[in-house]
Structures are given as structure tokens and as C-alpha cells.
Design a protein around this ligand. Structure first.
Ligand code: NAG
Ligand code: NAG
Length: 291
């Protein structure tokens, strides 16, 4: 099983939070105003949450799907990165198989978060679509992969049949390798049109059932780790940075990439609002992390 450095970062952050909380308690600040039951989690039940609250679990394509070279999927920058730089992965492994959601989705969906019928809450599973599984070389003119469309249709239908709403992330860091090679993907404004073409396929094929769309997952992590520290794909950074990359510019590239992500997000939202929202009735937004 592969282990992203992100988990280390997350654990570190979590520790930091715990330390901060302990410090706050020790100095007598911040805790006094909290009602007692907030400090004892045994009082926390699903019924503590308001009706309509959505419970769920979340995943990303590269960490879950596997089937990296199956079903006519094209390579993503994560496929290339893990194979070219096993030394940058904690245990040197990769996501070729991961937890094999590509083949085992029925077992996982059935065994996952089973909704309690009629408890007034809603249940969801958030997953991301792998762009190169839909458009193997990243661009529409490289063809739409029918096998990829079938896989996500099956997953979505399975979720709905179990009472789970699909929450779909359109981009969770796995840029098609083809676009990276052709024009530097997010370093070029050309990414905006290719991204818009890709999301349009997704809205058209899945939007009759998907009512919650996320354009980008945590752009901060993608830009910072991918283009500043260089510890994530595509592994670009200045030579003096942690990743000691051969190519990149940590002073400039993260900002260029961030700018193009914002433009691509805007293009996707504009397309959804103008062409799909009226008939499909969904919502669209972005997942932001701020750490
Ligand atoms: C990326 O991986 C593909 C498939 O393994 C390979 O053909 C290609 O040469 C790699 N590209 C780069 C830039 O490493
Ligand atoms: C994808 O394939 C099409 C058709 O062969 C080609 O015109 C296009 O340049 C390719 N795009 C990339 C990014 O390789």
C-alpha cells in the first residue's frame, strides 16, 4: 500500500493542532467558554447533527482506483512521478493497484457507510474522476474513453442503489501526462480549454445523477507541493528546495499554476451554470484547504 507524504504532513498538522489545544488549556484560554459536553465526545451521536446533515467518506482516484493501465486509461503525472521517483514515496511504492476500487467498487460500496434508513440524515461518497481515464491523452481530440465512462457510470449507479449520493471531484491532482508533456499542463493557459472540454464530458455523461461537483481539490497542495517544494507530482521546484528538482522555479511556477487553476475553475463553473445547471439542478464549487 502506498503512503503519500501528505499523510505525514497531515499527522504533523494534527499533532500541531493537539499541541496548540493543550497549550491553550494549560494557559487557561479558549476552553472556558465551551459547554462541558463538547469536551466529552461520548455525547456526540449522529442525532446530535441537524436533519439533512450529510455524512460521508472521501477518496481520490490515484489513491483508490488502481487499474492504472487498464480500461484504456492514459497515464497521469502521478503514474509517471511514482515510477520515475520511487525515492520520493515513503515506501517506494505506487498507485498501480492501490485499493483496487476500479475492480472492487461493488464490495466497497456495499460494505461502506450504510445509511440508516429514515434517520433524517443523508449519506454520501466523494470520489474523484481521473481525467486521463476519460480523455486518455488529456484532450478531446485524443478521443473519449468509453470504458472510463462505463466505470464511473457503474460506480455512480452502485452508490445511488445503496442510498449514497455521489460527490464528484473533477480534479484531484492527476493531470494527464499527455498535457504535461505537450505544453506543461497548468503552466500554460492552454490548460483552461482542455479542462473545460473534459468537465463538459463529465457534466454531460454523469450530471443527470451527480448533483454535487467539485472542480479542484485543494489547489494549495497541488501548487505548493507540485511546483514549490517539488515533493508531489509533477515534481517541479528550484534546486535549493526540498525536492531538489531538475526542473522548475519555486519562486514563480506555483503562482502561474494557481492562476490557471482559478481560470479553469471559472471556465468550468461558467459552463455548468450556463449549459447544465438549469436542467441538472446541481451545485458546483471547489475544495479549499488552508493550512
Ligand atoms: C510517462 O510514462 C509513460 C508510460 O509509462 C512513458 O511512456 C513516458 O515516457 C513517461 N514520460 C515521462 C516524461 O517520463
Ligand atoms: C491527442 O491526440 C490527438 C489525436 O491523435 C492529437 O491531435 C493531440 O495533439 C494529442 N494531444 C496530446 C496532448 O498529446
Amino acid at each position: 500500500m502506498m503512503e503519500f507524504r501528505e499523510s505525514i504532513v497531515l499527522v504533523t498538522l494534527l499533532l500541531f493542532t493537539v499541541v496548540a489545544a493543550v497549550t491553550a488549556t494549560a494557559t487557561g484560554s479558549a476552553t472556558a467558554s465551551l459547554p462541558a459536553h463538547h469536551e466529552d465526545e461520548s455525547h456526540l451521536h449522529r442525532r446530535s447533527f441537524p436533519k439533512g446533515f450529510i455524512f460521508g467518506a472521501a477518496s481520490s482516484a490515484y489513491q483508490y482506483e488502481g487499474g492504472a493501465k487498464e480500461g484504456s486509461k492514459g497515464p497521469s503525472i502521478w503514474d509517471n512521478f511514482t515510477h520515475a521517483h520511487p525515492e520520493k514515496i515513503a515506501d517506494g511504492s505506487n498507485g498501480d493497484v492501490a485499493v483496487d476500487q476500479y475492480h472492487r467498487y461493488k464490495i466497497y460500496v456495499a460494505g461502506g457507510c450504510t445509511p440508516n434508513e429514515g434517520d433524517g440524515h443523508r449519506y454520501a461518497y466523494r470520489f474523484s474522476i481521473s481525467w486521463p481515464r476519460i480523455l486518455p491523452n488529456g484532450s478531446l481530440n485524443g478521443g473519449i474513453n468509453k470504458e472510463g465512462i462505463d466505470y464511473y457510470n457503474n460506480l455512480i449507479n452502485e452508490l445511488l442503489s445503496q442510498g449514497l449520493q455521489p460527490f464528484v471531484t473533477l480534479f484531484h491532482w492527476d493531470t494527464p501526462q499527455g498535457l504535461d508533456k505537450q505544453y506543461g499542463s497548468f503552466l500554460s493557459p492552454r490548460i483552461v480549454k482542455d479542462y473545460q472540454d473534459y468537465v463538459e464530458v463529465c457534466f454531460r455523461e454523469f450530471g443527470d445523477r451527480v448533483k454535487h461537483w467539485i472542480t479542484f481539490n485543494e489547489p494549495h497542495v497541488f501548487t505548493d507541493y507540485g511546483y514549490a517544494s517539488g515533493i508531489f507530482a509533477p515534481g517541479r521546484c528550484s534546486s535549493w528546495e526540498i525536492g531538489r528538482c531538475k526542473n522548475g522555479d519555486s519562486d514563480k511556477e506555483p503562482y502561474i499554476v494557481g492562476h490557471h487553476i482559478l481560470l479553469a475553475h471559472a471556465a468550468a463553473v461558467d459552463l455548468y451554470r450556463n449549459k447544465f445547471q438549469k436542467t441538472q439542478n446541481g451545485k458546483i464549487g471547489m475544495t479549499l484547504d488552508c493550512n
